[in-house]
Design a protein. Sequence first.
Length: 324
Amino acid sequence: EVLLRMHSVGICGSDVHYWQHGRIGDFVVKDPMVLGHEASGTVIKVGFGVTHLKPGDRVAIEPGVPREMDEFCKTGRYNLSPTIFFCATPPDDGNLCRYYKHSANYCYKLPDNVTFEEGALIEPLSVGIHACKRAGVTLGSKVFVSGSGPIGLVNVIVAKMMGAAVVVVTDLSASRLQKAKEVGADFTIQVKNETPQEVASKVESVLGCMPEITVECTGVQACIQAGIYATRSGGTLVLVGLGPEMVTVPIVNAAVREVDIRGIFRYCNTWPVAIALLASKRINIKPLVTHRFPLEKALEAFETTKRGEGVKVMLKCDPTDQSP
């Protein structure tokens, strides 16, 4: 293990949800719990046997650490391990604090040209990498991203990076769609009160064809329905957003048109990829951070996220740090 002085911690929708509702699905908060799982910091002490890190190293933290070498770990899909430790998922504490101890194997050294903030953003970025890989985004893909929150935006960035020819994004919010344009979306559609079929036909008309790939990032029933209707026959719909446990969808429409519906659970094996992309300046995720607060103003930061202001709210845990 290593002991870290924490630097930057992003606030996720799930953090806010636990704070407000005390549960997400089967994960129920029964005892006080530290929030935070999008994080970076500086190594201050290394445990016995740790050789790849030393005090002073700047690292990004992968929050999911398998507790045992089960069949999922053996096949490289450790995110599916039922006993995995995961920051800020009950009963496991997160890392929104001054000092934090974590498994050394899940701390990744940041190159000098990658900032602490970018290091913290690797966590949401990883959701985009994992989703686009599961979707099979490749050279020339036409992609529909449903939802333009932080996760929709990282999917836009990654899809373009992986070779998507065109990406269209839908959302209710004009300001969020403007952000999607900034990070590389080719088309945006502001949804008002259209039916799912109407949304699907708007997607088709702006693309000039139906997309082979849809990445659904809202979890809203109507949006999942639109995702099925919008996806080309033989294409793939990846469900990233999480909503109610039971959702009514036109499953027969998907089945008879051979639309593959895939889920994702967090991510695995994404930190080295993300660090390589950031270090080589192949992607720019800096525009995602719109608000910054010191740890002392954590409540204000959470309220800002809850109101849906900006995109990504970042907390600064190191009082000695003078960076912007």
